[in-house]
Design a protein around this ligand. Structure first.
Ligand code: BG6
Length: 520
């Protein structure tokens, strides 16, 4: 297949339409669960990237909070994480100064006395560094601690301080079904107002996800065809080659639908499906997302399928089946794959199927959105002597590669020039992020951390959104839990998932696109 590249010319880079520079006010970022992997691998590298870009205020402190009695070794460990996972050179002149802004406070999440100690410590740092009272509490603990931490922060008046402002960032999973999400929302909103709450979904920090909005709403030519008149169907895939990576106990309770579909994939879907917001401010964007989600009718259980991987080969290496993973029930009924068909019953999308699938230990790592356009009437080429049957002409396909090989491609038909016949060949027009803009070392948390510190909620979930999505998925989860008869495992590691997922699309006359990734 021939490929045409979309390049950025150096002279165009000097014409970038710039967003406003935004530097948060001085503040203290308090990370609960700081001894976990997320802090070291993602949060601290992202914060240092912000420091490198001079996007952090001068008066700034990071305080890690966890149960373990760590001292100075915490900052040293974070330094190692920044270097290893942040692609940072140890000789970076800003590194040592940044590390001096990191502290640690040991705390038992359920001990009110410890929170009084934390408050005193934060006040001390605040006075010493002249910070002015601002606090951002980042909850990166196991979800069972969220409510207790929030309650204790409230009890110490840390949520509504007399001086400065406070906000709370809450990692996923936000609840495990509709009732628990409602309860958690209730507990959080009893202490923090909604404008202080930042429910994080790291997919929204990805450049390629934010670019969906730029692609749709900063260009004039795509929006007119972005609807049921031109689009045949949409496929959203989040395929991973990794297994559960030692997270067996967590994953046993989660499964693919809760872990990835209900949150990350629904965020992707909302960006593809939403109406243009009146501005890029938080209320306008969230309102349009919620409207798109609300238009999704309940999913008939026949339109949702699940799978679990057995042993198989990934990149030529033998890997164990899910039931043989560390701390996983040998008879586990947890799904490691989920696929479903959704519709969006509104003026723009009525009748256009949205197929979603997510799975672990699949053949290839690729998160992609593909938008297949309707075929034009092709009879004219069918009648031409010598041309192939029109069914062979492939429909236009727009592919948004979220990761890896970040980019966008458009497939269209072109006349093969070497023959005097009307032979049509699919060609691809490709935009590749790295080729156009160079390699990025950002991990996605930079933008989200910066926005949380700035108080910008645009890329965070609102309580309504979380509940609407749980309302959609809880009946499927309940039906699956009640019907334990699924024969697991039902796909090999290294395959494209279970047969039932193929059948799901066949029933609607479609097939999954498995040639994912960049074609060049
Ligand atoms: C997390 C899930 O939220 O997202 C993981 O808990 C999953 O199971 C991960 O692997 C995928 O994120 P990314 O950024 O690697 O696509």
């Amino acid at each position: 297949m021939a490929t045409i590249h979309a390049n950025v010319r150096p002279e165009d880079l000097s014409q970038v339409t710039k967003g406003p520079e935004r530097i948060p006010d001085p503040g203290i970022l308090v990370i609960f669960g700081a001894s976990g992997d997320l802090t070291k691998r993602k949060l601290l590298p992202a914060l240092f990237h912000l420091r490198q870009a001079d996007l952090l205020p001068k008066e700034f402190a990071i305080v890690g909070v966890a149960r373990r009695p760590l001292g100075d070794e915490f900052a040293a460990d974070m330094r190692a994480g920044i270097v290893e996972f942040g692609g940072v050179d140890t000789s970076d002149p800003k590194l040592d100064d940044f590390i001096r802004h990191i502290g640690y406070f040991p705390l038992k999440f359920d001990d009110p006395a410890d929170y009084a100690g934390l408050k005193a410590e934060l006040d001390r740092i605040d006075r010493e560094r002249n910070i002015g009272g601002k606090r951002v509490f980042y909850l990166a603990t196991a979800p069972e601690f969220f409510a207790g931490i929030v309650e204790n922060l409230g009890a110490q008046n840390m949520a509504q301080p007399e001086k400065g402002v406070a906000s709370v960032v809450i990692e996923k999973p936000f609840g495990h079904d509709l009732d628990s999400a409602r309860e958690l929302n209730h507990q959080v909103n009893a202490v923090f107002q909604e404008s202080q709450v930042f429910r994080i979904d790291h997919y929204l920090g990805k450049e390629t996800v934010q670019n969906i909005l730029v692609f749709r709403f900063a260009n004039g030519m795509f929006e007119p065809v972005w609807n049921r008149n031109y689009i045949d169907h949409v496929q959203i895939t989040a395929a991973e080659t990794l297994g559960v990576e030692g997270r067996g106990p967590f994953y046993e309770k989660a499964g693919a639908l809760r872990d990835v579909v209900q949150n990350h994939m629904m965020e992707l879907l909302s960006f593809v499906a939403m109406e243009p917001p009146s501005s890029f401010d938080s209320d306008a964007v969230r309102r349009e997302k919620v409207k798109a989600w609300r238009a999704i009718p309940p999913v008939p259980i026949l339109n949702a399928v699940r799978g679990q991987y057995g042993p198989g080969l990934i990149d030529g290496q033998h890997v164990a089946g899910y039931r043989d993973e560390d701390r996983v029930n040998p008879n586990s009924g947890t799904e490691t794959y989920a696929a479903l068909r959704l519709e969006i019953e509104n003026w723009r999308w009525a009748g256009v199927p949205f197929y979603l699938r997510a799975g672990k230990r699949l053949k290839k790592r690729a998160t992609e959105i593909s938008i297949q356009f309707k075929q034009p009437p092709l009879l004219i080429f069918n009648r031409m002597a010598g041309s192939g049957p029109c069914q062979q002409i492939q429909p236009n396909l727009l592919t948004i590669r979220i990761q890896p090989d970040e980019g966008i491609s458009l497939r269209f038909g072109a006349k093969v020039p070497t023959t005097p016949k009307m032979d049509v060949c699919p060609v691809i027009m490709d935009f590749d992020y790295e080729a156009a803009f160079g390699k990025s070392i950002a991990n996605g948390y930079e933008r989200l951390l910066l926005d949380a510190m700035l108080g910008d909620q645009t890329l965070f979930s609102h309580r309504d959104g979380v509940e609407i999505n749980w309302a959609l998925y809880t009946p499927i989860l309940d039906a699956w839990a009640a019907k334990k008869t699924e024969v697991f495992p039902n796909y090999f590691a290294g395959s494209w998932g279970p047969e039932c997922a193929e059948h799901l699309l066949e029933r609607w006359g479609h097939t999954w696109r498995n040639d994912l990734g960049r074609k060049v």
